[in-house]
Ligand binder design. Structure first.
Ligand code: RAM
Length: 345
């Protein structure tokens, strides 16, 4: 009987080794087919249309430069899941890894391992800490995003009253940075009558964002504005306001995809919001990947490179002590222009 158990165990071990060898071989094959020009992109989580657009821009950019693309995203937006993915990509010997971080610090060991293996590592959208990256692709000026969203809430609240924030995960470094700048802006005397009552986290999951919005409305019946600096959160919050007939009583603003928000801008639940072109963010990332690979840039402030149809970019110092490449300013979407954009992204 004991022998039998031993045999089964041995068989299981052999199967596991064969299984992981197969994954490794497939990855190695993918990398070899790319001729040392294989560029990986790891987003926060699956099922996020914003992430899909970033990945499509990355895919277009790498392919127009003759490279091979690997796109990955975990089911849930956790650092642990991304750590496993990066480990697999290291085993696959990819050329570069673009990480949209689910945590600022937690990925540092695995990203350092990747860098030590000769892989060019940089972040995009949601930064990892400067020690973990060569540079960061930032979609828009973070301070400006924070200030602009508070000004929008002030405007929609009529200058006073309760406001709340509906964010993504509590660890998302891009949202956390924007929220820090919102809090800073709120300390200015002109906002003395505006009261930030709560920061809720919908984790970039549609259902959780809906239930967090409902909870905000229950806990704060006088709430006037919800700022959602996440495309998943803003669409969920605007849907709740619409479904509950609260249009005109509670306003939603933040960062949203025109394709998902056109109806809500139209019905007034979201009078206006901001974003940038997520396809361009991914496309810019693809040129950072190849410029790092060719040695055109190393990630230091002052270096310049050309990003295909987007033109020339210069790496600058980032507020977190690292460096970044800034795509451009945020764009305002409102009734007058939303129809021009809803089919674009
Ligand atoms: C969500 C994600 C993404 C963020 C946008 C604005 O889709 O959290 O990281 O940049 O919103």
């Amino acid at each position: 009987m004991q022998n039998m158990v031993k045999k089964v165990l041995a068989l299981l071990v052999i199967m596991a080794v064969i299984g992981s060898a197969a994954v490794f071989a497939k990855g190695k094959q993918e990398a070899e087919q790319g001729g040392g020009n294989v560029h990986a992109f790891v987003f926060k989580s699956t099922g996020n249309p914003y992430g899909e657009r970033q990945m499509s821009g990355f895919d277009i950019g790498i392919k127009e430069q003759g490279g091979t693309v690997i796109l990955r995203a975990p089911d849930l937006p956790t650092a642990e899941a991304q750590i496993q993915m990066v480990d697999q990509l290291i085993a696959q010997h990819v050329t570069s890894i673009c990480i949209v971080g689910n945590d600022f610090d937690a990925l540092q060991p695995v990203l350092t391992k990747a860098k030590n293996a000769g892989i060019k590592v940089y972040s995009l959208d949601s930064a990892v800490n400067p020690a973990s990256r060569l540079t960061h692709v930032n979609q828009a000026d973070s301070q400006k995003i924070g200030e602009t969203l508070v000004q929008a809430a002030f405007d929609m609240a009529g200058g006073s009253g309760e406001i709340a924030i509906l964010s993504a995960t509590s660890q998302a470094s891009n949202q956390n940075l924007w929220i820090d700048y919102m809090k800073k802006e709120l300390t200015k005397p002109e906002y003395a009558e505006l009261n930030l009552v709560k920061i809720a986290y919908g984790d970039d999951l549609r259902d959780k964002s809906v239930s967090e919005t409902e909870a905000l409305l229950l806990s704060y019946p006088n709430l006037k504005v919800i700022i959602a600096p996440t495309t998943v959160g803003i669409a969920a919050a605007a849907k709740v306001i619409t479904d509950k007939d609260l249009i005109g009583k509670v306003f939603i603003t933040g960062l949203g995809l025109p394709s998902e928000m056109a109806d809500y801008i139209d019905n007034g639940s979201c009078p206006y919001m901001y974003l940038w072109n997520p396809i361009d963010v991914g496309y810019l990332g693809s040129y950072v990947a190849t410029a790092l690979t060719s040695g055109t840039i190393t990630g230091k402030a002052g270096e310049t490179f050309t990003a295909g149809r987007l033109g020339t970019y210069t790496i600058t110092a980032a507020s977190d002590g690292g460096t970044e490449v800034l795509l451009g300013p945020p764009f305002k979407f409102e009734k007058s222009n939303i129809n021009d954009w809803k089919s674009v992204y």
